[in-house]
Design a protein around this ligand. Sequence first.
Ligand SMILES: Nc1ncnc2c1ncn2[C@@H]1O[C@H](COP(=O)(O)OP(=O)(O)OP(=O)(O)O)[C@@H](O)[C@H]1O
Ligand SMILES: [Mg+2]
Length: 212
Amino acid sequence: MAGRRGALIVLEGMDRAGKTTQCRKLVAALLESGQRAELLRFPERSTEIGKLLSSYLEKKSNMEDHTVHLLFSANRWEQVPLIKEKLSQGITLVVDRYAFSGVAFTSAKENFSIDWCKQPDVGLPKPDLILFLQLNSLEAAKRGDFGTERYENSAFQEKALQCFCQLMKDDSLNWKTIDASQSIEDLHKEIYSLSEETIQMARDTPIGELWK
Ligand SMILES: Nc1ncnc2c1ncn2[C@@H]1O[C@H](COP(=O)(O)OP(=O)(O)OP(=O)(O)O)[C@@H](O)[C@H]1O
Ligand SMILES: [Mg+2]
């Protein structure tokens, strides 16, 4: 096989679980150790689709629920050429939220099945590792109030969590649940060690297709 590919590592979890903090620390630590790594986030708000989503999340605009779900998915698909290119160059990608958040947040709305919500993301690059940062709502509350964006309220988050639990039952994916109530440093050590194992494991295997 030509060249060794990078790993696709996704961090998921409820609001304020520490995803962004840990993604940044992981990329910094990988770079520090001489490995190639980059950070991605979803939604990627800088693209045209991303701007529509940002405005929706900030409640500056409204959109029909199916439409917005498809746009969140499209916002991931538009990054796929870049994701594949980086991985094939041997760059490990650390991703702050991915399709799982997309499915969890739409299926928390009335009348959306998990199955329907998954379909637009079928075939996306399959993560080599999905770290679910688990934090109960009491602990999350200690980290500050909810923000003002759409979806940032406890009833909605609770419903989304139920959906994450369903998605985590899928044995074809490499889910690891992490206790996010630990200190930032302890959490980082655990995440770094799991990521190192994944990077070794992913090197010589082709990237998979999600939910296929
Ligand atoms: N392990 C930790 N212990 C205590 N506080 C933490 C920990 N990790 C992060 N925090 C703090 O909690 C807040 C939320 O962290 P962060 O933004 O990383 O979470 P997030 O999962 O990315 O949230 P969101 O879903 O809203 O983007 C920040 O103020 C951060 O400094
Ligand atoms: Mg964040």
